[in-house]
Design a protein around this ligand. Structure first.
Ligand code: KG4
Ligand code: ZN
Length: 323
């Protein structure tokens, strides 16, 4: 089954063709992210205008790169939310229109379910359910206990900012560009991560949830109180504190779920090198799966095509949208 998928929930315009939920025949990503580097974040109206411009050329490239025509496509998938409303509308309107004129079934996909499938792209092994998926991006920080591809229960989430948001806001405080994750990582590479103390959020509370807003406030004060300090050290200490908080709550949740042997880590922040090396040792006894390519960590349409395929596998025609 070949699915043509669209993803426009934030500042990317992504179109992909995915076969049987796993084989990526093409994955085109046009981004307006660079234009927001100085702004510290995305301006929705501006992002959506670019998406209107990018979406049809991206569609043409995705079909060409996959070496298929619309005749070969079995269904169309699109991110239906959550995300920026004006951006989502560009993808949803395009996908609905094409599904209608080409007479293809349409599958609406939740963006988070899409991220959960990013580890499936190009995967050779089979997944041993139940698994735990840590989904960490600019919009969410969530832990899911999954019994199958599409049946999942949220067992923890952030109480305030998402971890990607903590990277983005932290970068702004440090005078670094958006998106803050890669910017902080590169800047902090030569810093000493033990130079500054940051609090351990929610310590002593009986929860697997996260809270990142206090760390961001602590960063603000650390910068204010150490004017002449080496900013790389502050950035490294902040990055380490964000990663440690992710790790602490993840390990606590896993300790309560001994039935789980496999952990998937997805979303933009899963690209973070410091996080990966921190988790390597502590997750030694688990099968750990990251998206196979870095471009599958951040927003892309291939993950939406994969999730759509498994929705159809597990839910049949109920996965199809009425339009
Ligand atoms: O998944 P994604 O592309 O979009 C959302 O659904 O939000 O994630 C974007 C987020 C941004 O907050 C960005 O700063 C963060 O992922 N990010 C990173 C890295 N690369 C992207 N955070 C930490 N380290 C990275 N290497
Ligand atoms: Zn995302």
């Amino acid at each position: 089954m070949k699915i043509l998928a669209f993803e426009t929930s934030c500042d990317e315009t992504a179109v992909s063709v995915v076969e049987n939920g796993i084989t990526v025949l093409s994955s085109v990503i046009s981004s307006s992210r660079g234009s927001f580097a100085e702004m510290g974040g995305v301006i929705p109206e501006q992002a959506a205008r670019k998406q209107v411009e990018f979406i049809l050329p991206a569609l043409t490239s995705a079909l060409q790169q996959a070496n298929v025509t619309i005749m070969d496509i079995d269904a169309i998938a699109v991110t239906k939310g959550p995300g920026l409303l004006v951006s989502l509308l560009v993808g949803v309107t395009t996908a609905r229109t094409l599904a209608s004129i080409w007479n293809k079934p349409l599958i609406g996909v939740n963006h988070t379910l899409g991220h959960m499938h990013s580890t499936l792209l190009g995967l050779k092994d089979t997944i041993q359910f139940p698994i735990v998926t840590l989904s960490i991006s600019g919009g969410h920080t969530e832990l899911w206990l999954r019994d199958s591809h599409t049946i999942a229960k949220k067992i923890a989430e952030t109480r305030d900012d998402a971890v990607g948001e903590a990277f983005d806001k932290g970068a702004k405080l440090l005078g670094l560009p958006y998106p803050g994750g890669p910017a902080i990582s590169a800047f902090a590479a030569t810093g000493n991560s033990n130079a500054y103390m940051f609090p351990s959020p929610l310590r002593g509370e009986n929860t697997f949830d996260w809270s990142f807003s206090g760390l961001k406030t602590a960063l603000r004060y650390t910068i204010r109180d150490n004017e002449d300090a080496n900013k790389e050290d502050i950035a490294a200490s902040y990055e380490a504190a964000l990663c440690q908080h992710l790790q602490t709550q993840l390990l606590a949740a896993l300790a309560e779920h001994s039935e789980v042997q496999e952990v998937h880590i997805v979303g933009g922040v899963s690209a973070n090198i410091r996080l990966r090396s921190l988790l390597e040792e502590s997750l030694e006894k688990y099968t750990v799966q990251y998206p196979l390519k870095l471009e599958y960590c951040t927003d892309n349409a291939a993950m939406i095509g994969s999730a759509a395929y498994f929705l159809v596998q597990e839910q049949g025609e109920a996965a199809y949208e009425a339009f």
